[in-house]
Structure formats: C-alpha cells, structure tokens
Design a protein around this ligand. Structure first.
Ligand SMILES: C[S@@+](CC[C@H](N)C(=O)[O-])C[C@H]1O[C@@H](n2cnc3c(N)ncnc32)[C@H](O)[C@@H]1O
Length: 480
C-alpha cells in the first residue's frame, strides 16, 4: 500500500500529530501527488522540524489549512448578466477566488491548460482594489530602521497567507502539460518565487520574464524609475513551451536564386565556440571544390577547425542545391544557402520589450476605448496576455483561467487570439465584487463583465468571430 501511496509511510514515521493531521487532510484528496503532499506539509511545519531551507512566515499553517477546508456556498447562474449562456463554455464568476477555486476543483482538477494571474502586488498604494497587507503607518516597500523582525514579517505575511492557499488550489487545476504565469513586481517577487518553488516544485520553474511596462522613465521618480514588472512561469511535468512567430529581416537576405527566392550565405566552416578540430574530430574531412581541389576546414589563422555538417549531410544538401562554392583570395570556400522563411519561429526570450508585448499606457487606452477613461487602475495590455497564450496554448479548445480578473483583459486576449488563429480556447475569470464607486459598474466584477460584453458587441458589429458569449455566475454563501 505504501508503494502505491508513499506519503502514508511518511505519516507512520512521524510522531508529530499536526504533521499527521495535515497529511490526512491532503491525502483525502486522492488526486494529489504524494511527493508533493509530503513537501508541502514538511515545508509548512518546517520551523518545528529543525533547521531547514524554505520560506517561513507567521500564519503559514493556518493558510494551508484554509486551503484544505471543504468549499462553502455554491455558484448561482445569473442569466441577465450573461451573453448567449446556452451556447458557451466561457464563464465569469463573481466571488472570492478562494471559495470559487474550491468549488471548481472537483470539476476542473487537472483540466486547465493555462493560468494567468495578476494578483495585488502589495504595493501599499490606494487602488480601486485592495493592494496593501501592511499595518497603518508603514512606509511601503522601504523598511524602517526601527522595524523589528515581527513588523517585517507582518508586512508580508498577510500577502503570503492570501496567496498560499490560492496557489495550492491553482496547482491542482493545472493539466500535466499546463503552464501558470504570475505577474508581480519588486515588492514581492522574491517571496513569490520561493512560494511557487514550494507549491509547484523548484523543478517546474520555466522562466522569470522581465516585461518592460513603460516606454519612458517617470521623470518625477525619486531614485530609480521602475521600467519593468516580472512574470514568473512554472509548468506541469509535461509542459511544452511553444515557439513564437518570427519575422525575418528581408535586408539580411541579400542574394536571390534562379527561382527568385531570397537567401543568404552561411559559412560551412564552424565559427565561434566548439569550432576546433579537437572539439569535433569527426567533422574534420576534405570537401571537393568545383575545380577538383580538396578543401579542409582551416581557419584564416591556419588553425584546424571543423565543418558544421557530417559528410552525409553535405552530400544531401549539395544534391538539393543548398550549397554554394565561392572562390576568394585564399581559394574555394563552401557556404550553406539559407532561404528566407515566411513561417520562421523562434523560442520566446525572457525579456519582453514594450514594442512587442505592449505597455501600461496602451492597456489603459484599450480599456478606455471600451468603458471610458480611468475606470480601473493598472490593467494589463491585451498583447501581453496574447503572447502568453501563444506560448502555452495550442489553439484547440484549451481552458484558460484567470482568478484575479480585474478589468477582464484575459477574456479579451482569449477572444482576440481565437479570432486570429481560429482557436476555440475557453476562459474562466474570477473576480471579487469590490466596490468601485462608479455608477455604471458599482463593483469590479460588474466592470469585468461589461468589458467582455462590449468586446463581444464590437466583434458582432464588425461581423467577425463566431458570436462568442459567457455565463455569469455568482458565489452565494447561503445553503442551497
Ligand atoms: C491587479 S488587478 C488585475 C488586473 C487585470 N490583470 C487586468 O488586466 O485588468 C487584481 C484584481 O484581483 C482582484 N482580487 C483581489 N483579491 C481577490 C480575491 N480574493 N478574489 C477575486 N478577485 C480578487 C482585485 O479586485 C483586482 O481586480
């Protein structure tokens, strides 16, 4: 039995009743990976289990328990706020994401292909939504010299206690080939990284992306003007990072073949690192030039180098017309012909400049176009989330979840990406009904739904897309 479910063995080994109890709570949810269960429980009780590496803060155990408690309440459909609810699997759910995620778990466990969240950053600023977990009078990110360890702990513990159970629930919804992207800035990035290592596993880390969120510095900044946010990316054990479309620069393809196709030449002799004969002895052999002479891969300074290809590959490419011999001052040299490729792709990089991924001002304009100016603080640009969709989803009917939905940018990104590539991705957004003080949308969840409604209406007016819709649901605390 222990072989089948090894976490049970850890339970037997432990004399700590709290360890046993937490394990029991986790093990009740049979789908949970036993190794992960052990890691979570050990990390949670870390302080009492002797000195060990990990992130510890006050309230951690309580937060884990909170995440493991059974769900309360239920989700109630609200038809008058929905659009074509009978014909869609898109959902906007109003409520606290902790309760909503618990309610979604039985239905969506292991089903979600991509999660994007943009949680409050704990900046201490006054936004339309709560963005501070610190005590009154605390001076934001900058610790006071008089602050003791307790005050520093309290400043971050509230935020960690909020994030921890939600990330645990999120990890259970992710497909084995799924990916989670989390936006954050310097206030909490280092704590979030450790937290995600703990919840998802250090080995599941894929990247920390730097996104250039502004196109010019803030001239009124005191000290540094922050140009970027971070996006932490973790993936399931089978996650695959899709390559991105890549437009090659026409000016780099200065040659044209007989069929009129642009190409460029690349030396067949390897250059740069690992380009010596001793690095690849099998790639040191003579090739026959057009005048019958033998040419060896020798560098201009006389050092023995190596070819890029095996002899077999050279013969194949030569026969296919992809090799060009050029006679220079030092004799004949072979080159590979590289053709321009309209479908070229490249791996995503870890620095996303505003020109390709959008910026904060663009995001505010996109929202203003739909709902009017200044209705929401710090939305993200649609292009930013579309880039994540390109990297993590395949364009089939992948499910995309955003449980800190804000103004609903993720829904717009999904709808627009589907429009572009014919995908049938579905979205689930979760948003708390925090009051906005704005007449047309009294709560943020009203605003979320209204944005998505207007995106859909705009598509209808333009006669594009397949008439998408969404079901609006509300978390309701009373018994059914
Ligand atoms: C930074 S904003 C997200 C902005 C969003 N990415 C966009 O482009 O508009 C964070 C959002 O999370 C919401 N939120 C905070 N705590 C929540 C909770 N417990 N459940 C659901 N939503 C929550 C806030 O109301 C806020 O709208």
């Amino acid at each position: 039995m222990y072989k089948q479910f090894p976490a049970m063995a850890f339970r037997e080994e432990s004399e700590d009743p709290r360890f046993r109890e937490l394990l029991d709570m986790l093990l009740e949810q049979r789908r949970t990976n036993p190794e992960r269960v052990r890691r979570l429980v050990e990390a949670c009780l870390g302080e009492e289990m002797g000195e060990r590496y990990g992130l510890s803060w006050s309230g951690k155990q309580k937060a884990l328990r909170e995440g493991l408690q059974p769900p309360t309440g239920r989700l109630v459909p609200v038809s008058e706020k929905s659009v074509r609810p009978e014909r869609t699997e898109n959902r906007i759910i109003e409520g606290d994401n902790l309760e909503v995620l618990k309610l979604l778990e039985p239905e969506l466990s292991g089903q979600v292909k991509m999660i994007y969240i943009d949680p409050p950053y704990n900046t201490g600023h006054r936004y339309i939504y709560k963005d501070s977990w610190r005590e009154r009078g605390s001076r934001g990110r900058h610790a006071r010299e008089t602050d003791g360890a307790d005050a520093v702990d309290r400043r971050h513990a509230g935020w960690l206690n909020m994030m921890y159970p939600r990330l645990i629930l999120a990890s259970r919804l992710l497909r084995p080939d799924g990916m989670i992207f989390v936006s954050i800035d310097d206030h909490e990035v280092h704590r979030l990284r450790l937290l995600m290592d703990e919840v998802f596993g250090e080995e599941r880390f894929l990247a920390t992306i730097i996104w250039q969120k502004v196109y010019s510095p803030r001239m009124d900044a005191r000290g540094f003007s922050a140009d970027h946010d971070y996006i932490l990316v973790y993936g399931g054990p089978e996650a695959r990072v899709n390559r991105l479309p890549f437009r090659q620069n026409r000016s780099q393809f200065g040659k044209v073949d007989d069929a009129g196709r642009p190409y460029r030449r690349r030396s067949l002799r390897k250059e740069g690192s690992h380009s010596l004969r001793s690095d690849a002895p099998g790639f040191f052999f003579p090739l026959t030039a057009p005048d019958g002479t033998k040419v060896w891969p020798v560098k201009p300074d006389g050092t023995e180098g190596c070819w890029r290809w095996t002899r077999e590959k050279y013969e194949r490419e030569l026969a296919a017309g992809n090799v060009e011999w050029v006679k220079g001052e030092k004799g004949w040299q072979p080159y590979a012909k590289q053709y321009m490729n309209p479908d070229a792709t490249r791996p995503p990089t870890t620095i996303w400049m505003h020109r390709e991924a959008g910026h904060n001002h663009e995001a505010s304009e996109e929202l203003a176009e739909l709902l009017g100016p200044r209705v929401f603080d710090s939305p993200k640009p649609v292009r930013l989330i579309r880039r994540m969709l390109q990297i993590a989803t395949t364009g089939e009917d992948d499910l995309v979840l955003d449980f800190f939905a804000g103004s609903g940018t993720t829904a717009q990104a999904v709808l627009e990406q589907n429009l572009e590539d014919g995908g049938k991705r579905r979205f689930i957004l979760v948003q708390l009904p925090e009051p906005t003080g704005l007449d047309p949308f009294p709560t943020i969840s009203d605003l979320t739904a209204e944005r998505v409604r207007r995106v859909i209406r705009r598509m209808e007016e333009q006669g594009i897309g397949e008439e998408p819709g969404f079901r609006f649901e509300r978390w309701c605390g009373d018994a059914p």
